[in-house]
Write a protein that binds this ligand. Structure first.
Ligand SMILES: [Mg+2]
Length: 155
């Protein structure tokens, strides 16, 4: 469990981190070593889920030895599938995404973070999020550093 205290909001005890893969934690299908380090740190405190259609078929390999659980999306409506997954975890979720199909889960999550990285982000994902970051690394470090979320999200 990871505690986030944001002035003007109820304290958030995060139990789960839900991550989109392509364009969010992976660039061209690969996860940067620094992102891996941040995930290892976060994995000691929360359960990390990677939601993916795994179009490239390389997610298991790209996340090898990382403390993440891969959730493969099966259906046509991946946006709803992602949001339903976040809902099923029960309210103490931080989600990271960049795509149009991440918009519903970013809204559903207690805290939705949009990653506007080199692969870009859908405007709808950005508008559904609570905060936006220029890289997954910045977003993950933000979760780990209490002073940062206090300053960015205080009421
Ligand atoms: Mg994506």
């Amino acid at each position: 469990m990871l505690k986030m205290e944001i002035p003007g909001r109820e304290p958030l005890e995060v139990t789960d981190l839900v991550l989109d893969f392509n364009g969010t934690i992976a660039k061209d299908g690969r996860v940067h070593n620094k992102v891996k380090d941040a995930l290892c740190l976060l994995g000691r405190k929360v359960t990390i889920h990677v939601l993916t259609a795994d179009t490239r078929g390389n997610v298991a390999e790209a996340t090898q030895r990382l403390p993440v659980v891969i959730q493969r999306l099966a259906g046509e409506n991946t946006a709803e599938e992602k949001a339903a997954f976040v809902r099923s975890l029960g309210g103490r979720v931080v989600a990271l995404g960049n795509g149009f199909n991440d918009r519903l889960m970013l809204k559903e999550a207690r805290l939705g973070l949009c990653v506007l990285g080199e692969e870009g982000a859908a405007v709808e994902a950005l508008l559904a999020a609570d905060a936006v970051f220029t890289s997954a690394l910045d977003a993950l470090r933000f979760i780990l550093k209490p002073l940062r979320h206090r300053a960015t999200l205080r009421a």
